[in-house]
Design a protein around this ligand. Structure first.
Ligand code: HEC
Ligand code: HEC
Length: 384
């Protein structure tokens, strides 16, 4: 056959049509996966929310297609074809500039999403997701309804749990700051409340914590720790006001003499009586379900969480700065080593018996003694 322009055109069109037939039309006619047990039909609001999601190009950045290799990242089960049995057309997206949203429902409560869509920097100061503040009122509610159904029946359950817990939190928040804190503490494992602060409140720790606070917490708890970050108007209960210690007007030395609702500073333990760094650690690690307070376990390592807790305590709640003893010591000190230091201060006042009893059963200097003589031996052997 002679290759005239017409032949080429016809040939190319046929090739294109067969590709469209094989890849788009045939699958659409033939591939009808059965819904998985976790799949459920959309409600009207959720469907309308889905339209808003597609119209605003959310899928250019967010996939909804968890692959098996993402399992390790805590993203839940991998996507199954049946999960999208009620989607028409499927709009999974393949781009991963933002997190995969397949299991997003219930990961945050509704109020977090209200603030986040207004401006993602409010809840995540370093986010590059654009602001969708022009999606207002009913439209934003529907968009959130859609987000809160991603993850099927399990996802909806999580979102429901968030709503139920929120009601409880709001009740306690409305009672008084002290009731609120007592309730929040009652939800934490008691071992964490009693945990001595393993990272002393030194200049270095506080400075490292400050950087983290600005990058992760300030959008909610505010620059001044008073809970008046830009996202406050959207959140209920609002972010905790750490400065209530001062605002309570209580006499910290004798709280009984001037009992005020609020938190009271405990000089002996260098902490506010009810907010220990252990409690802060736990809350930052796992978040407070029902409130906008998110979990940071995927973003902050252990050391950073202690540092940010020290900053919050020092900057907003009156914790005292402790002397700097070297970064290595700071991170490796154990609770009994605090005991040892207390013993040292007794020594300084020449009260030997008290110093010895304060040293306790596992005085750390003995350990270091062993380590250092082993070190001396090694040094000698190298010299030889
Ligand atoms: C330019 C890319 C981009 C676009 C467009 C975008 N996002 Fe995002 N999105 C991100 C990034 C990055 C994050 C992670 C940081 C954050 O939470 O803001 C994110 C986070 C989120 C989260 C929170 C996920 C979590 O951590 O639980 C939700 C929900 C979300 N986006 C929904 C949407 C919706 C709905 C739209 C459309 C209206 C949208 N996004 C458009 C990039 C984008
Ligand atoms: C999206 C908003 C948001 C962000 C970001 C946020 N928080 Fe919170 N946080 C809250 C809310 C809301 C509460 C109050 C919950 C309540 O009162 O029921 C809270 C409560 C707390 C509490 C009190 C918990 C208790 O049991 O006493 C601490 C401590 C805390 N946040 C620390 C932090 C730290 C540190 C960061 C940054 C690493 C941070 N938060 C980031 C919203 C946020």
């Amino acid at each position: 056959m002679k290759m005239t322009p017409i032949t080429l055109m016809v040939g190319a069109t046929l090739v294109m049509l067969s590709v469209i037939l094989g890849n788009i039309i045939m699958p659409a006619q033939v591939f009808h996966p059965k819904p998985t047990p976790n799949t459920i039909m959309y409600t009207r609001d959720e469907l309308e929310g889905r339209q808003i999601y597609i119209k605003n190009g959310c899928l250019y950045c967010h996939s909804q297609d968890t692959r098996d290799m993402d399992w390790g990242m805590g993203s839940g089960l991998a996507a199954q074809p049946g999960d999208y049995a009620f989607d028409s057309p499927e709009a999974l997206g393949s781009s991963r500039n933002g997190p995969d949203l397949m299991h997003e429902a219930g990961y945050h409560p509704d109020d977090w999403h209200w603030a986040h869509f207004e401006n993602p920097r409010y809840t995540r100061p370093q986010s590059f997701m654009p602001s969708f503040s022009y999606i207002k009122g009913e439209d934003r509610r529907k968009l959130i309804a859609y987000i809160q159904c991603l993850g099927g029946i399990d996802g909806r359950k999580r979102a429901e749990q968030q709503r139920a817990l929120k009601n409880i939190l709001v009740q306690y928040y409305q009672k008084s700051p002290a009731d609120n804190l007592a309730y929040l503490n009652s939800t934490l494992p008691s071992a964490w409340l009693a945990l001595p602060n393993p990272v002393p409140v030194t200049k270095g720790s506080v400075e490292r914590g400050r950087v983290l606070y600005v990058a992760y917490c300030a959008g909610c708890h505010g620059e001044h720790g008073d809970g008046r970050g830009p996202s406050k108007p959207f959140l209920n209960p609002p972010p905790m006001d750490f400065t209530l210690v001062q605002a309570s007007g209580a006499d910290p030395a004798a709280p009984q003499a001037n009992p005020q609702p609020g938190y009271h500073y405990d000089y002996a333990r260098n902490q506010v009586s009810d907010i220990t760094n252990g409690a802060i650690y736990y809350v930052v690690l796992y978040g407070i379900p029902g409130s906008a307070m998110p979990q940071f376990k995927g973003q902050l390592e252990s050391e950073k969480i202690w540092d940010v807790g020290n900053y919050v305590g020092w900057a907003f709640m009156g914790w005292k700065m402790e002397p700097y003893s070297g970064r290595y010591e700071e991170l490796t000190r154990r609770p009994w080593e605090h005991t040892w230091e207390r013993g040292q201060s007794h020594l300084a006042s020449a009260n030997l018996p008290a110093a010895l009893s304060a040293l306790g059963p596992s005085a750390s200097h003995r350990r270091f003694g062993v380590a250092s003589s082993a070190y001396q031996r090694r040094k000698k052997s190298i010299r030889r």
